[in-house]
Design a protein around this ligand. Structure first.
Ligand SMILES: [Zn+2]
Length: 175
């Protein structure tokens, strides 16, 4: 067998393994090694050390039904959504920012339109200028409802997109 020079386990200097020797001392640091020639490749092991292999870092398993770590891409997804969500929030009836929904703007729009219609018909026969406030209230009520319903729909769509992305991320890898 040709001479071989695997690195020393302690100082990494090449070990000079000659002939058929079954042990070798490092010329640099003096660490003894046993020489294993049973395999196709010559293996040197530091002499006097435990034979036990260092426990390999086991790959994380989720087969046991254990709680899995939240994958970072999921955290990123949630953070992105939280940011996107804030852009959709509107002022609710209580004055607090809230998720936009459709019931309130429809109610407010109908109420304002009713008030406007009342004002408009009350002022029948008066000059057009004095009838304008009623028309303005009607227009305001409709515009408010359209604006807020649009916001609610945009929010719902964004939320659905977020849920879809989340499902795609949390989908089990197999099957
Ligand atoms: Zn050495």
């Amino acid at each position: 067998m040709a001479d071989s020079s695997p690195p020393c386990s302690r100082c990494n200097e090449p070990l000079s393994v000659t002939g058929a020797s079954f042990s070798v001392a490092c010329a640099s640091c003096g660490q003894w090694h046993t020489v294993d020639r049973s395999g196709p490749v010559l293996v040197v092991k530091p002499f006097g050390e435990q034979e036990t292999e260092p426990a390999e870092a086991a790959p994380p398993t989720d087969a046991s039904g254990e709680e899995r770590m939240v994958p970072p891409e999921l955290l990123q997804l949630d953070m992105d959504w939280e940011r996107e969500r804030k852009r959709h929030l509107v002022f609710g009836v209580s004055g607090e920012v809230d998720v936009p929904e459709m019931i309130t703007p429809i109610g407010v729009g109908v109420a304002l339109t009713g008030v406007g219609a009342y004002l408009f018909y009350q002022s029948a026969g008066a000059s057009l200028v004095s009838r304008l406030p009623g028309l303005a209230v009607i227009a305001g009520g409709i515009a408010f409802a359209i604006y807020r319903i649009g916001k609610a729909r945009a929010y719902e769509e964004a939320y659905r997109r977020y849920q879809g992305r989340r499902r795609a991320t949390t989908k089990p890898p197999d099957q």
